[in-house]
Design a protein around this ligand. Sequence first.
Ligand code: SME
Length: 150
Amino acid sequence: MYRELLPQIAALIAGETDTVANMANVAAALQQSFHFFWTGFYVVKGENLVLAPFQGPVACTRIGYGKGVCGTAWKEARTIIVPDVEQFPGHIACNAASRSEIVVPLFRCGQVVAVLDIDSDTPDAFNAIDAAALEQIAVWLTTDATTTSK
Ligand code: SME
C-alpha cells in the first residue's frame, strides 16, 4: 500500500509550500488509505506539542515535553512504536478505543518541530515498514521545498 501511496503523497507535497496545508493532506491521504483510528500532527510550540491537522475523533490539544508517546518521541527524537498502549507508561488516552500507536518526529535543523501520530484500534498494528514510510513522509514535510512558517 505504501508503494502506491508514497508517490501520491510526494506529488501532493511537491505542489504546495505551506506546511499546515501539507500536513492536512498527508493526514487525509493516510487515513483514506489505511482507515486508522486517528491520524494527525502535533506541532512543537514552546514547552508543548499542540494539536495540528488531523483526521479522526477530537483529541487532546496539548502534550508536554516527555509526556505520553508523543512527548516521549519528541524528547528522545526518535520514532516510537507502541504495540499495546496499556503497556506504555504514561500513555495519554485521548480516546479509549486506541490500542496501538506509532509516533514519528519531524526534524528541522536537527530539532524536532512536530510529530506525526497514528493510533489504531487494533493491537500491534505498526511495524518497521510503517516506520520507514512515515519517516520518509516526515522528511518530505520538512525539506526546503516546503515553507518554514508554522
Ligand atoms: N496517545 C498519545 C496522545 C495523542 S492521541 O493519541 C491523538 C500519547 O500518548 O502521546
